[in-house]
Design a protein around this ligand. Sequence first.
Ligand SMILES: [Ca+2]
Length: 300
Amino acid sequence: MWSIVLVTLVVSSHAFWLDDFKSEDEVKFNLNTRKVNKVAVQNNYRLSGLKSFNPKEKTYFIIHGWNGGGDKSADWIKKMMAALLKKSDANIFVVDWGKWAKNFNYLKAKGLCDDAGRKVAEFIKNLEKNTKASRKNMHIIGHSLGGQVAGFAGANLKSPKVARITGLDTSGIGFNCLFDPNDCLDPSDADFVDEIHTLVSGVLTKGHADYFPIPKDLGKAIKETAIIGGHWLAAAYFTDSIEAGSCAFKSTKCSSYNTFSEGGCPSTMKTENRLGFYAKKPSTKPPNRFYIDIDVNNPC
Ligand SMILES: [Ca+2]
C-alpha cells in the first residue's frame, strides 16, 4: 500500500515539476516591417535574424495576454500592426510568450509575467548592444496580462527607462497594484506609461495617464469585438486612434465619470488629452484620470 502512495507521490510531484518547467527560449520575438512578415529573431548573443531591422526607425513591441500567442497572431495584433506600418516603416516585434501564457490556470500564467518581462528587457538590451537601436525610441504595448509583462520589462530597463509603455486593459487580477508598484504596471516602468481601462483593469490607475472610455453604444461596441468583448475594446480603440490621427478621442481630465458626465470638468487646453496612440504625458503628477464618451464612428 505504501509503495502505491509513494509512486503516486513521485508521479504527481514529477507532473507538478514538469508543469512548472520553463525553457528560457520559450519567449519568441517575431519581427515585422513593411518588407518582412514574422521573421523570428533569436534572443541569443548575436540576435540572429536581424537583417531587416532598421535601428533608425521606431520600434514597437506588442505583447499578448493570458492564453494568447502561438503560431498565429491574434486579429487585434494584425490590425494594430497594419495601422502602425501604414503610419511608418517601423520595426514591430510581436512577443510570443504563448508557451507560458497558454494555461488553463490563470495564476500559473500570471506567475510567469515577471519572467516574460525580464526576457523582453534582455532582448531590448541585446538589441541595443548589437545595433544602434535605443530604448528611447521604443514603445511597448501590452494587452491584459501582456500589460503586466510590459511593466516587468520596463522595471528591468531603469537607466535609462524605455520611452513608453501602453497598457491595454491590463489585468490587475492577482497583482498587488494598490500597494506594490514592483508587482504591477506603474509610472516608474517607463518615461511615459498610459493605460486604457475597459473591462478587467479596474479603477486603480497604473500610469501617468489613465483613460476610461465609456462607449456611446456599449452593446454595439461589444458585439463588434471578439469574446468577452469589452476586454478587447482597449486594443481596438488604440488601433482606431492610430488610423484616425492626432485628432482622435479627445479625453478630459476629471476625478470621476459622474463628475465628467455632469459637466463638472470643462475641457480646456490643460485638461485635454488623447486616448490611444496620440496620448501625451500629462504635466501633472499621476494619477491623471481622463474620461471620454467614446464613439468609434466619430473619433475626431
Ligand atoms: Ca512596476
